[in-house]
Design a protein around this ligand. Structure first.
Ligand code: ATP
Ligand code: MG
Length: 257
């Protein structure tokens, strides 16, 4: 592994149900930097993040992923999560029967919940006020005792998903369209939250997005453009206005000519 790289993806090949989706992706992520993974619909962006996270449906058929100097290939999803990798879903699954506040209380050591599992988030929990203040900041207090993602609106789902991932305090997080479906105000809330993490400087962020606002707000360092299951272009934020004007086909045809 190169010096200074937190994660390195080499010649990664991924299949879903026997169909090749990624056909040789090379990327590297440095500590505390912010990256964007861009590309047309169905180019493999979500597949890449899910394969790195270790979702079992996404079979790695070739290549390597090195994280903190170790290969991830033989590690399952929970081992990867414990190593410091997190993924915020583009379409988070609903988990009926699990309340958002109980869930956060279980996964996040920062809230220091000492309550026995049968009275999670009771009035006596030390974590309760702190957790509810954080819910307030993301505007999701009304969701605290709702079943996870169950019938959440699109915007509620995105804010709750982001909250869950941030609560894990990961070293690297893959945020799959954290801005999709958000109204103008929610976009600012999410943007500010992510920017404050960026400013703290102890997390690597990999943002998948189709929109310019969040990328500019976060001052993304490096962009990767996926096309046909490979990195077709690596650049920076200076490329974004040109990309937006020309669209992927024309932009990539010109830069790779
Ligand atoms: N679980 C799955 N089962 C079948 N096909 C899948 C699965 N996951 C992804 N694919 C297929 O892999 C291709 C890449 O999908 P992926 O979700 O990675 O695209 P994407 O770049 O994230 O697109 P978008 O911008 O629309 O979110 C698509 O053709 C998709 O239908
Ligand atoms: Mg996607």
């Amino acid at each position: 592994m190169n010096e200074g790289k937190l994660m390195e993806i080499r010649d990664l090949r991924v299949e879903v149900e026997g169909i090749p989706i990624l056909s040789g992706v090379d990327m590297a992520f440095e500590q505390d930097a912010v990256y964007a993974v861009l590309g047309p619909n169905a180019s493999g962006k979500s597949t890449l993040a899910k394969a790195v996270m270790g979702l079992p449906q996404y079979e790695i058929t070739g290549g390597e992923i090195i994280f903190k100097g170790e290969s991830l290939l033989k590690k399952d999803i929970s081992q990867r999560a414990k190593m410091g990798i997190a993924y915020a879903f583009q379409h988070p699954p609903a988990i009926p029967g699990v309340k958002l506040d109980d869930f956060i209380c279980r996964i996040c050591p920062d809230y220091e919940c000492k309550a026995p599992s049968d009275h999670l988030m009771g009035e006596s929990c030390v974590c309760r006020q702190e957790l509810y203040d954080d819910f307030d900041r993301l505007g999701i207090s009304n969701l605290a005792d709702r079943d996870l993602n169950d019938n959440f609106s699109g915007g509620e789902m995105k804010r709750s998903e982001l909250f869950q991932v941030l609560s894990l305090r990961p070293d690297i997080m893959f945020l799959d369209e954290p801005d999709s479906g958000l109204d103008y105000d929610s976009l600012k809330v999410v943007g500010r939250e992510l920017k404050s993490i960026r400013d703290k400087g102890d997390t690597t962020m990999v943002v998948i997005s189709h929109h310019r606002y969040i990328l500019e707000f976060l001052e993304v360092d490096t962009i990767f453009i996926l096309q046909n299951g490979r990195v077709a272009y690596t650049g920076d934020m200076k490329d974004i206005p040109v990309l937006q004007e020309k669209g992927y086909d024309r932009f990539l045809a010109e830069v790779t000519a």
